[in-house]
Ligand binder design. Sequence first.
Ligand code: UGA
Ligand code: MN
Length: 333
Amino acid sequence: MATRMKLKLKTVFVLYFMVSLMGLVYALMQLGQRCDCAEHDMPKDRTISRLRGELHRFQEQIRKSEATKQPQKQPAKPTIFVITPTYARLVQKAELTRLSHTFLHVPQLHWIVVEDSPHKTPLVSDLLLKSGLTYTHLHMPTAKDRKLQEGDPSWLKPRGVEQRNEGLRWLREDRRAQPGGDNQQGVVYFADDDNTYSLQIFEEMRSTQRVSVWPVGLVGGMKYERPVIEGGKVVRFHTGWRPSRPFPMDMAGFALSLKLVLANPESCFDGDAPMGFLESSFLQGLVTMDELEPKADNCSKVLVWHTRTEKPKMKREEALQAQGLGSDRAVEV
Ligand code: UGA
Ligand code: MN
């Protein structure tokens, strides 16, 4: 009896052992097997497709709001046509480099550069090409008898006259050739290559209707010259010399509307104008004092300066050249 009990217990124990062992083997076999994860992945997939849907909706919303957004109907800024006479001398590249860097900060500016030369020079051509500006390159030599000679005092003959007139001629012709109604929209400004221009002065002149005016610093032997304003009108001019001139202003102190320039196709600078009358020679007949539009806070701010660059001395260069040791001529300065 006891022996049979023992046998049964042993059988149960063996069976229990066998079943546990099989369970263990099965479990081990399952490890490392690819499982059919469809069930596990279901929530993950749902999250992904929900997020995709939301992203799509957001993209749609952005697309729709951008499509319906009215492009800000800002009227196009009138172009400022800047006419600059320039002539070859040691400081020319430095002057034009500085000027071009100022103009790069001015939106809607078209630079009309007129060389006082019988041909376009490589120095100016190259500088303009690399400038990044919208420009027109012209040339017009000053007649020999009208040109300042070495040693002449600078006031003896007017400068930049034929060049400014050539700029005006090109502008009138070019505008006529432009189709569309806005070929008359714009402002014309005469910017000598050696002056100093604040960016603000260009925004001031952009709204010119006929002729706008403002102060010029460091000119005419004065800290500044300026139109004097009373009741919003120019009543006289603050200047140290011949205030009786029709328009006793420097070239840098006024701008005109393109419309006015086009409506008066004959008006130009008079190379025979007496000293100090060059600006008057052009403005006379185009505008009256009463019509002048004061800018720069009623002409109370100096935003442009009649700076002049010192002529560099070349004594040592010449001495070295005499010994055949001068600076390399191939290096452009
Ligand atoms: C002053 C005025 O600011 C000028 O606008 C005016 O033309 C001149 O007087 C004048 O009475 O004729 P200022 O500094 O004395 O100017 O003259 P520059 O700066 O020497 O010359 C005015 C412009 O003409 C410059 O852009 C200069 O590059 C150009 N220029 C000068 C030439 O194209 N050719 C020349 O032989 C000399
Ligand atoms: Mn000058």
